[in-house]
Design a protein around this ligand. Structure first.
Ligand code: ADP
Ligand code: MG
Length: 762
């Protein structure tokens, strides 16, 4: 029996899903797979685990597992459910990539989908669990898709063993055909329970015209209008990335300065004012300047979605405010009540520190209007209270990969109709609301796809293929994917894994046919012992290869640190050129370049280049106790450094498990490698990035034609036909060594190589 507090109980009873408890539980009891669809906010994530708990699914040894594609959701939902059930985190726990509070008493375990995938590798039948809930299945994250494929096989196996496992797939949209209509996935069509949404109506206002550019400016104007003209109620703005979030926040804070302190406490005015100003400096100055983007191969898709700010980002012009208070006709009806509250502006995106993220859930200061500027993290997984107005730019930043070469670009594109409707729905949680779409209905109808494509069709799959092979799934092409990736993607992944030595090609003779003829042998690629070792490391296969080589020369502590740093997004703070503080930008840039040069060392062109910078940054930071102040001073993102530390610990454990007698321990204070170590380290790096080598083009003659001049400072790499360039923020930008090895290629204004070390030809 659950002992809920009265206020919790009251709030629960208002959730639409409570009315469906009986139907949901009957369906689950009678079927091994159940699909639940219901609007965001209907209560799926918080209530279904409680229904199961109360129905006895966590009695005995069985644990109720809930997977989330986003870490934020796994953590915040576990706390929310614990609160609602009046239980502690010992019973209602979470586990994300590096941390968790699971105990032997855990009954409900929230985790990221990647964590459960790792568990399948260790215990294919997931015997610990009585139920697995795959939440946010509509997001179609790669791990979610693979888990559903695996669970479609695990569920019948558990049934056979007489220890049945229930699978529940929860989605915020009705688009579930990929799960229900896919006979290879589920032979028996799983029942779908629809939860009526008790949404308040949301009035959609389309722009008459779609601005060709400057959607951020449009968003700014719209928020100004709403705040000045419309009755109180929170505003939620959807933009595409972290940089835009900051730009818009700053703009709005400047326009609507928060001067409450002055009115309420005249005496404290100076003190408060001063403190606020310096706070502002910290928050605004560093992160809003965009220097570089050290994003890396995706192992953390959650962050990948928001990383990769393009430094060519379009800048806001200053806006004449008088111009923006003109109301369009559809708003005039409501503009009688004028809002005089201060605007309380908060950013929200995945890479934001957890404490800052939590602010959006707390009520705004007395008498303030809440305004959250968010990326699509606010679309379905988090419910921000009291939003009445949604401003939707209609845009989403998407990473596109070349399926074969893996070269990535970020593009800002229209989101899907389904996603736009999710965004609109956020305005109708507490009362009737309004959604302002900054694009026309014609664009919505004609240019928006119905749904966003499944992630698995859009990115390289080498990590997945390695994990599947490690589970002895040989014919990865036949895996029951909800949406299969391209055969090309799979081939490219297999080829990479073969070249890394993780897979080996084998010819399997086929039996004689009845007529006594023998067909040509089957060619399969099988996992090698090296591949098995690599699969134990929670990083991309290239980095796993580096780890599995590291023990040879006693270099493991360095390899672990390099791999950890390479695996974390945006180690250095993004500097962004902004028209307001150009000189400040130049200054920061110079300062950063100096630090990086210093870290790279005097003979950096011969040694590790950008990787040495990462190594030294990690070492220096740990040496100083990794304080936020030190990080900020050196342009290092504090949250990234915390992640690197956790990843180092995790990788160290993995190394000790996988490699006999490694006896590695994490010495946070890593001395810089000496020259010999650096050279050996570079060989190891090269082993993981063997196909990422580039050679400099000869400099064009002074009288060369335009076409040839384009090849100045260009490189040719093995993967691409077109020339590529060293990113200007690399420490090797000036040196331009003859041969280099790069971490990855990304196309922004040019095709750039990032994460560069020099190599000497043999
Ligand atoms: P769904 O998963 O269907 O989107 P949730 O179960 O996440 O819905 O949320 C149901 C309701 O619970 C939300 O509408 C919100 O009002 C409330 N809720 C969720 N998380 C919190 C929280 N951290 N604090 C307060 N209320 C919350
Ligand atoms: Mg949910």
């Amino acid at each position: 029996p659950v002992n809920r507090k009265a206020d919790v109980q009251e709030a629960r009873l208002k959730l639409p899903i409570l009315a469906e408890e009986q139907i949901i539980m009957e369906t689950i009891n009678e079927n091994s797979v159940t699909i639940i669809c219901g609007e965001t906010g209907s209560g799926k994530t918080t209530q279904v685990p409680q229904f199961l708990y109360e129905a006895g699914y966590a009695q005995g040894d069985g644990i109720i597992a809930v997977t989330e594609p986003r870490r934020v959701a796994a953590i915040s939902m576990s706390y929310r459910v614990a609160t609602e059930m009046n239980l502690s985190s010992r019973e209602i726990s979470y586990q994300i990539r590096y941390e968790g509070n699971v105990t032997e008493n855990t009954k409900i375990k929230f985790m990221t989908d990647g964590v459960l995938l790792k568990e399948v590798q260790k215990d294919f039948l997931l015997t610990k669990y009585s139920v697995v809930i795959i939440d946010e299945a509509h997001e179609r994250s790669v791990y979610t898709d693979i888990l559903i494929g695996l669970l479609s096989r695990i569920v019948p196996l558990r049934h056979k063993k007489g220890n049945p496992l229930k699978l529940i797939i929860m989605s915020a949209t009705l688009r579930v055909e990929d799960f229900t209509e896919n006979r290879r996935l589920f032979k028996i069509v799983p029942p779908v329970v629809k939860v009526d949404s008790r949404q308040f109506p949301v009035t959609i206002h389309f722009n008459k015209r779609t601005p060709m550019e400057g959607f951020l400016n449009e968003a700014y104007k719209k928020v100004c209008k709403i705040h000045k003209m419309l009755p109180s109620g929170g505003i939620l703005v959807f933009v595409t990335g972290q940089q835009e979030v900051y730009t818009l926040c700053k703009k709005l804070k400047n326009t609507f300065p928060d001067n409450r302190g002055q009115k309420e406490h005249p005496k404290e005015k100076t003190k408060k004012g001063r403190r606020r100003k310096s706070d502002k400096k910290k928050e605004d100055v560093m992160p809003s300047i965009n220097l570089d983007n050290y994003s890396v191969d995706p192992i953390d898709e959650e962050e990948e979605r928001e990383a990769g700010e393009d430094s060519d980002f379009e800048l806001l012009d200053d806006i004449d405010l008088d111009d923006s208070v003109q109301m369009s006709s559809d708003e005039e009806g409501q503009s009688k009540q004028v809002c005089t509250e201060p605007l309380y502006v908060l950013p929200l995106f995945s890479l934001l520190s957890t404490e800052k993220q939590a602010k959006v859930f707390a009520p705004p200061p007395e008498g303030c209007r809440l305004c959250v500027i968010a990326t699509n993290v606010a679309e379905t997984s988090l419910t921000i209270p009291n939003i009445k107005y949604v401003v939707d730019t209609g845009k989403v930043k998407t990473k596109f990969y070349d399926k074969v070469t893996g070269v990535s670009t970020f593009k800002i594109i229209w989101t899907s109709k389904a996603a736009a409707n999710q965004r609109a729905g956020r305005a109708g949680r507490v009362a009737p609301g309004h959604c302002y779409r900054l694009y026309s209905s014609a664009v919505f109808n004609e240019d928006f796809e119905k749904f966003s494509p499944a992630e698995i069709t859009r990115r390289p799959v080498d990590d997945l293929i390695l994990q599947m092979k490690d589970m002895n799934i040989e014919k990865v092409v036949n895996f029951p994917y909800p949406t299969p990736p391209d055969i090309e993607q799979i081939k490219a992944a297999e080829n990479l894994l073969i070249s890394l030595g993780a897979l080996a090609v084998e010819q399997v003779p086929r039996p004689l046919s009845r007529r006594g003829r023998r067909k040509p042998p089957d060619v399969v690629s099988r996992i090698t012992p090296l591949g098995r070792a690599m699969a134990c490391f929670p990083v991309s296969p290239r980095y796993a290869k580096m780890l599995s080589l590291g023990h040879q020369q006693g270099l493991l502590p360095y390899v672990v640190a390099v791999v950890a740093a390479l695996s974390v997004q945006e180690v250095f703070i993004e500097f962004h050129k902004s028209s307001e503080d150009k000189s400040e930008f130049q200054e920061k840039l110079k300062y950063m370049t100096q630090i990086k040069r210093m870290w790279a060392g005097s003979n950096h062109s011969l040694l590790l280049g950008d990787l040495m910078v990462l190594l030294k940054a990690v070492g220096a930071c740990e040496y100083q106790g990794a304080s936020p102040e030190f990080c900020e001073k050196h342009g290092i993102r504090y949250k990234a450094m915390k992640e690197i530390r956790k990843l180092r610990a995790q990788l160290t454990n993995a190394v000790n498990t996988v490699i006999d007698n490694a006896n590695l321990c994490v010495d946070p204070k890593l001395d810089p490698p000496n020259d010999l170590q650096a050279k050996l380290l570079r060989q190891i790096v090269l082993a993981g990035l063997a196909d990422h080598v580039a050679k400099k083009c000869p400099d064009p003659a002074p009288n060369a034609d335009e076409e040839a001049k384009k090849l100045k400072h260009a490189y040719f790499c093995t993967e691409l036909e077109e020339p590529v360039f060293i990113h200007p923020l690399s420490v090797l930008y000036k040196q331009k060594p003859e041969y280099i090895v790069y971490q990855y290629i990304q196309e922004t204004s040019k095709v750039y190589m990032k994460g560069i070390s020099a190599i000497e030809p043999e």
